[in-house]
Design a protein around this ligand. Structure first.
Ligand code: PMP
Length: 286
């Protein structure tokens, strides 16, 4: 496997970073995960813009200009002989002496990984996944903004652990006010009285790129959609529920805290949006 590290493609066993890297020591860095379909990357410029935004929000200069990323990502796909790929860009503060001061690090560490895309088992899409509501709350947005896609993912990892312990696929997180936010690596949608609902960005979520695409497709389809503030209680009246992210696209959820959502199987609006997503996919590929 070829991995891009700082300024060159190297073999996996040579792709090693220092134990003094502040990404390792402090989670000081940012990342993006991307998906390529037949060699073409989904919403590429939006992912690159988000990487830039995350960098700006932590005062980290992304050392590769935005215009140079597509060629590097394509090279990562090509060198590894991939077509359908999962890509990850990681940019950490870099190697430096112990201490929180970012100026201890001379230059950021940049990594690009490209791996074969591993599809989720098809029965999850057919039957829907089980969710649990996490006890751990979503990071307070004013303390650590979920809009920074940072290497510090412990909040989400704690939620995921709760889900796995409960035998669920993932955990929904509430914010400090008890309002719905998102899952550990995906955004939440549900359907209530025929309307598509999703927590607004102000609830303290990452503004997912797939979420944006789904909202756009819903608008185009004339499906009424609301970005709002919802208590967990709202899910009890939900007719359908699904999650979105770059690798899952649209994943139906059939159970929350052991209670069925609607009829306990993927609903018609979810299926319609999945179909629409697939048939419009080419529009969103770089
Ligand atoms: N929320 C969180 C916390 C995530 O990590 C992700 C995955 N990047 C998402 C939502 C979904 O974002 P996207 O659709 O851009 O993959």
């Amino acid at each position: 496997m070829w991995i891009y590290l700082n300024d060159a493609f190297v073999q996996r066993d040579k792709a090693v970073i220092s134990v003094f890297d502040h990404g390792f020591l402090y989670g000081d860095g940012v990342y993006e995960t991307l998906r390529a379909y037949s060699g073409r990357i989904f919403m590429l410029s939006q992912h690159l813009a988000r990487l830039q935004r995350s960098g700006n929000l932590i005062g980290l200069d992304i050392p590769i200009p935005e215009k140079d990323w597509p060629a590097l990502l394509n090279e990562a796909i090509r060198r590894n002989g991939l077509t359908d790929a999962y890509l990850r860009i990681t940019v950490s503060r870099g190697e430096g002496a112990i201490g929180l001061d970012p100026s201890l690090c001379r230059r950021p560490t940049v990594v690009i990984m490209a791996m074969p895309f591993q599809p989720y088992p098809s029965n999850l899409f057919r039957e829907g996944v089980k969710l649990t509501i996490a006890h751990v709350r979503r990071n307070l947005a004013t303390a650590l903004s979920p809009q920074i896609k940072s290497l510090n993912f412990l909040n989400n990892i704690l939620a995921k652990q709760e889900a796995l312990q409960a035998g669920a696929f993932d955990a929904l997180m509430l914010n400090s006010e008890g309002q719905l936010t998102e899952c550990s690596t995906s955004n939440l949608f549900f359907v209530r009285t025929g309307r598509l609902c999703t927590p607004s960005v102000a609830c303290g979520i990452l503004d997912g790129i797939t979420r944006e695409v789904v909202l756009l497709l819903a608008r185009e389809q004339g499906i009424p959609a609301d970005e709002g503030v919802y208590e967990a209680e709202a899910l009890r009246q939900a007719e359908e529920c699904f999650l979105t992210n770059t690798s899952m696209e649209i994943m139906p959820a059939c159970q929350i805290n052991n209670l069925p959502v609607g009829a306990g199987r993927p609903g018609s609006l979810t299926t319609r949006l999945q179909d629409h997503f697939r048939s419009n996919l080419a529009r969103f590929l770089g």
